[in-house]
Design a protein. Structure first.
Length: 301
């Protein structure tokens, strides 16, 4: 048998839109649905980011203009507000204190949570579910309930009113979400990697450091971002542990101290808040791809 060629009518090509109305309808639906979703989410996005835009706008206004105008564009930008907040209000020292505390806390938290997540994700042992349940239970424990024992431990070690004491207190929590992220990510890695490492003579520790951990870059980036946001914005622990030494304050505590009993520098506080939040925004934009990959990999695992 020979194939029969179906001839197209004269003057009509196979790609003529008249011959493909269904394809056109499907194509239109693919474009219309994202457009409708975008239009619906656009007002929500504007409402969501409005406080941030208002803060940036207020940082360039005078106190009189902040309360006398609802517009976001300042009539005469006051760049001196940033200079006053950075130098006069002492935000500069608070900023570097926060940077030091955050970097050290991130290093400790990522290493410890990666180790715990590796064990929970790759190995089975008696009482594993009890351990996981105990970790999850700590999520529901308010931070205010633990501040007294945390202070007693830090003070007993002679680290109260020091930056190292704040670092120890910030990194000493359970960090359950990050542990579960690492556990989920390590769980979905193939077992052949560990078997190949054993053949090469690698032990438990070497397998973790040289084989498994380098493959968990998305989970590491996610842990870095979560720890960064928690530590950078932490208020209660730095407030309690630096009461006797104001020069050891972090940004969150330092900005709060700008509010006086008789007079509050609102424009200075807005400028200081903008300086405080910008590093988090920049780092998140740089690591957002790894952040999403870390979350999806952990959920898939």
């Amino acid at each position: 048998m020979t194939a029969v060629d179906v001839k197209q009518p004269a003057g009509v090509s196979p790609t003529d839109p008249v011959r493909r109305p269904r394809a056109r309808r499907l194509l239109d639906r693919r474009h219309i649905r994202p457009a409708i979703i975008t239009l619906l989410l656009l007002p929500v996005c504007l409402v969501w980011i409005y406080p941030f835009l208002w803060m940036v706008s207020a940082s360039l206004k005078t106190d009189l203009e902040i309360f006398g105008s609802v517009g976001l564009i300042p009539s005469d930008p006051q760049w001196a507000n940033y200079q006053r907040a950075w130098w006069t209000a002492g935000i500069r020292s608070y900023f570097w204190n926060t940077v030091f505390i955050t970097i050290a806390t991130i290093a400790i938290v990522v290493i410890t949570t990666a180790m715990i997540g590796y064990v929970l994700g790759r190995y089975s042992f008696p009482g594993k579910r009890v351990v996981i349940g105990a970790f999850i239970a700590t999520v529901f424990l308010p931070e205010g309930y633990t501040i007294i024992p945390v202070f007693e431990v830090v003070d007993g070690l002679g680290l109260s009113n020091t930056l190292w004491g704040v670092i120890l207190a910030e990194s000493g929590g359970a960090h359950v979400i990050i542990i579960l992220l690492f556990a989920g990510y390590f769980r979905q890695l193939p077992k052949e990697l560990e078997e190949a490492a054993r053949v090469d003579g690698a032990g438990f520790v070497r397998t973790f450091w040289t084989v498994m951990l380098p493959l968990a870059k998305p989970a590491i980036a996610t842990g870095v971002i979560l720890t960064l946001m928690k530590t950078w914005n932490s208020f209660l622990i730095p407030l309690v542990l630096t009461l006797a030494r104001p020069e050891q304050r972090t940004l969150a505590v330092g900005i709060y101290s700008l509010q006086g009993e008789d007079l509050t520098d609102w424009s200075g506080m807005a400028a200081a808040s903008t300086l405080s939040i910008m590093p988090i925004v920049i780092i998140f934009l740089l690591l957002q791809r790894y952040f999403v990959e870390g979350l999806t990999g952990a959920v898939r695992g």
